[in-house]
Design a protein around this ligand. Structure first.
Ligand SMILES: NC(=O)c1ccc[n+]([C@@H]2O[C@H](COP(=O)([O-])OP(=O)(O)OC[C@H]3O[C@@H](n4cnc5c(N)ncnc54)[C@H](O)[C@@H]3O)[C@@H](O)[C@H]2O)c1
Length: 266
């Protein structure tokens, strides 16, 4: 039986992933603000430390999979700094704090939750991305408060995607037998999106998002992809950011990806 830790396990994509893994007979250690094996607030350094310590204790220091799934959408009445602290630092500190436990498995997999907002949000604030990637939570929160909550979501997810791609190929990760990848969902029917749709400002923005598939994603569809990346058939995926979005990214930017490597400067 494999042991997999999932944050944000009480709702949406995290809950669907936990349900599927448990249905396969795997052991899930869930972390959330409520209804979880470990109740911890990932928006604070102390809460992240408590989550890491709790996972290490329950897993006995050996973990086969990790999915830091907890996240928040930007809403006008939600502090932008909360998105920086949960979406970005709440993911990367768990990746870092649990890396040794993953290495102890020999064949572990870690999957982060990116988003198709990373490539479909015009004029995304690179100040937030750069401060996140530099590991400066205070500067990232300050930049986020300047940009506003709605504009902070995509930068936190872009920074996470960049962090994952830059770490995945290193000795610390694949060199220790840990595959590290990300999924980038499009709009998916979860309580997070339901909350956004009910909001007078965010609702129309979400409804305007074009989806060629003609519908929102289902949490189980994203969970299926996460479970595949956690499993034995996905051992050749390293540093991939896999979009699962009903075609939105391909519709808006058909020729931007794959992007060719620029010629070297002479
Ligand atoms: N639903 C979508 O359309 C969509 C699209 C792209 C990416 N994502 C990402 O997928 C992930 C899951 O989203 P979802 O739609 O299932 O959301 P959700 O709101 O249904 O679930 C998120 C969970 O995270 C938990 N959480 C929030 N703040 C926390 C904190 N401070 N500490 C601990 N737990 C906390 C919540 O309690 C909740 O259970 C998020 O990272 C989200 O950004 C979602």
């Amino acid at each position: 039986m494999r042991t997999i830790a999932i944050t944000g396990s009480a709702s949406g994509i995290g809950a669907a992933t936990a349900k599927r893994l448990e249905g396969e007979g795997q052991r899930v250690i869930g972390v959330d603000l409520r209804d979880a094996e470990i109740v911890a607030d990932l928006s604070t350094p102390d809460g992240r430390r408590a989550a890491i310590d709790g996972i290490l204790e329950l897993s006995g220091g050996k973990l086969d999979g990790l999915v830091p799934c907890a996240g928040l959408m930007g809403l006008p009445d939600r502090p932008a700094s909360l998105l920086v602290s949960v979406n970005y630092f709440g993911s990367i500190e768990l990746f870092e704090g649990l890396r040794e436990a993953l290495a102890a498995s020999g064949e572990a997999a870690a999957v982060g939750l990116c988003s198709n907002s990373t490539t479909t949000s015009p004029g995304l604030s690179m100040d937030i991305v750069e401060a996140c990637v530099a590991g400066d939570e205070d500067a990232a929160c300050t930049a986020a408060e300047r940009a506003g909550s709605i504009q902070t979501y995509a930068p936190t997810k872009l920074a996470l995607g960049h962090w994952i791609r830059s770490r995945a190929t290193t000795e610390d990760w694949i060199g220790r037998g840990i595959t590290l990848n990300a999924v980038a969902p499009g709009k998916t029917q979860t309580p997070m999106v339901a909350e956004g749709k009910a909001h007078p400002v965010m609702g129309p923005l979400l409804d305007a998002f074009p989806i060629p598939a003609g519908r929102d994603g289902r949490p189980e569809e994203i969970a299926n992809l996460i479970c595949y990346l956690l499993g034995p058939e996905a051992r050749f995926f390293v540093g991939s950011v896999i979009f699962c979005d009903g075609g939105t990214d391909a519709l808006l930017r058909p020729q931007d990806w794959p992007a060719p490597m620029p010629a070297p400067e002479r």
